[in-house]
Ligand binder design. Structure first.
Ligand code: AHR
Length: 501
């Protein structure tokens, strides 16, 4: 197989946010995973777990979406500010019916983002909130002057405003976020976004609730309602982002399948479904282009990942699952697809960052383990803020069983500001090696450095064996002139960093 790269042709910029994450008040994502509180025995800085924050800094988390998800459309932000002992306790209706004590709220979220050094993405409540509530939340977060919300923020210990980079106008309003029709939501969007004022120097980017994966009818109707009339006067950017959610559910929503024990058919089915992301983006992009041919509105894949059955013996509402080499392959393929669509896709948020769904980190009391998916994000971090290069694979073959077949290799290639090329390749074949000859169009190669993640499709890390699957340096290549020859193991991923002459 050949991989052709045209190092002279930059196609689009890969925004760092494509490598973003999602955190929800769900199970042990926030409580226990990211946040333990100042009085915890677990090492923390202002309540944030130090081991988790340090590990996340290594993968350069560029943006963190919060507080949901479904939780966002039941969240009333004023419950989560002020003295902790006065904060309301509520039921987390969506996720296990447990008590939410609101000890993690707006101030804690911004503290976490400060520690991570990442951008902020707050999802507002359209399902059960009000226009005023969302508008005042933005005022509370961003207004620097004399106003009721700015004063309240100062009373609560934060005089300075924060930078809010993105605001989601609702979440999954076609379902858990209010079961709205597309036209009704489109009108809600028009209404809510009007009162998102721009107080700081930097405009807050407004995100519209797009479809559940391939529900193209929702995309068309929402956009039609939003753009049928000109955008309301007197507001800054009417729509900056259009959010799309897509989960890889291997079997069915009722019987998703185990995260740890699965057949080869189920492995390839997961891969086939992961590759479907490409079609979902292409078709939603075509619809968006009807209204925005210049691609000014970003597509945000702000929830993606594998959704398996919960780990046996855990609360079904906590969505805690293990994470194998199969998940790593899904992540690698997805990130390659998002890179390839970086002309339109400006953000991706893996669901979810810690202890929920396809997490990059799992914790148990004071223990922490990095999942195979964590290593993918580490190996792909070089793509952040780089330019996508034109590349294509020749002689790709389908691999799989029955209907569950998918291309045996996927890839993407970028070039960073220093001119270093990053190639990320994954060989999804569970049994066979793959030899790939990479050629550059004009330039000769000066040096190559490689990293690899490999294992059996069912390998995963545990608290007792945390390094079964881990990134290693990769030696299976040689280079000469304009060519690199690579030998990939079965079920493996490789990152190559290539300096050209
Ligand atoms: O990530 C879990 C849930 O999946 C989110 O709360 C919701 O937006 C989606 O349905």
């Amino acid at each position: 197989m050949k991989l052709h790269i045209n190092e002279n042709r930059k196609l689009s910029h890969i925004e760092p946010e494509v490598y973003g994450h999602f955190s929800e008040h769900l199970g042990r994502c926030i409580y226990g995973g990211l946040f333990v509180g100042k009085d915890s025995k677990i090492a923390n800085v202002n309540g944030m777990r130090s081991d988790v924050v340090d590990a996340l800094k290594e993968i350069k988390v560029p943006v963190l979406r919060w507080p949901g998800g479904n939780f966002a459309d039941e969240y009333h932000w004023m419950d989560g500010i002020g003295p902790k002992d006065k904060r309301k306790k509520m039921i987390n209706n969506h996720w296990g019916g447990v008590i939410e004590d609101n000890s993690f709220g707006t101030h804690e979220y911004f503290e976490l983002c400060k520690q991570l050094g990442c951008k902020t993405y707050v999802n507002g409540n359209v399902g059960s909130g009000t226009v005023r509530e969302m508008s005042e939340w933005v005022e509370y977060m961003t207004f620097n002057g004399v106003s009721p919300m700015a004063e309240l923020r100062a009373e609560n210990g934060h005089k300075e405003p924060w930078t809010l980079d993105y605001i989601g106008i609702g979440n999954e309003n076609w379902g858990c976020g209010g079961n709205m029709t597309a036209d009704y939501y489109g009108n809600k969007y028009r209404n809510y976004q009007t009162y998102i004022r721009n107080y700081g120097d930097k405009p807050v980017k407004k995100v519209c609730c797009g479809p559940n994966s391939d529900d193209y009818r929702w995309s068309s109707e929402v956009l039609e309602t939003c753009f049928r009339h000109p955008a309301p006067a007197g507001t800054h950017g009417f729509m900056d982002g259009f959010s799309v959610h897509y989960y890889v559910v291997v079997n069915s929503w009722e019987h998703k399948g185990s995260a740890k024990e699965f057949s080869k058919e189920e492995y390839y089915r997961a891969m086939r479904k992961a590759y479907y992301m490409d079609e979902i983006i292409t078709r939603n992009d075509a619809i968006l282009s009807q209204y925005d041919p210049d691609k000014k509105i970003a597509m945000l894949l702000d929830e993606w990942g594998c959704w398996h059955d919960v780990e046996e013996g855990t609360n079904p509402g906590f969505l805690y699952q293990q994470n194998s080499m199969r998940d790593a392959q899904v992540a690698a393929a997805t990130l390659n697809i998002l890179n390839k669509h970086s002309d339109r896709v400006k953000m991706g948020c893996l669901a979810q960052i810690v202890n929920v769904l396809q997490a990059v980190i799992l914790t148990e009391d004071d223990k922490m383990v990095l999942t195979p998916t964590y290593h993918v994000f580490h190996m792909y971090r070089y793509h952040q803020d780089a330019d996508l290069l034109e590349s294509y694979l020749e002689d790709v073959k389908d691999v799989g069983i029955g209907e569950d077949v998918a291309a045996n290799v996927n890839e993407s290639v970028s070039i960073d500001k220093d001119g270093v090329v990053t190639i990320t390749l994954s060989n999804i074949d569970a049994d066979e090696n793959n030899d790939i000859d990479i050629d550059f169009r004009d330039k000769e190669i000066e040096s190559v450095e490689g990293f690899e993640l490999s294992g059996d499709m069912m390998d995963y890390n545990t608290f007792d064996d945390p390094s079964k699957v881990r990134e290693k340096s990769f030696e299976g290549f040689n280079f000469e002139g304009r060519e690199v020859k690579v030998k990939m193991k079965p079920c493996s991923l490789v990152t190559l960093r290539v300096k050209l002459k």
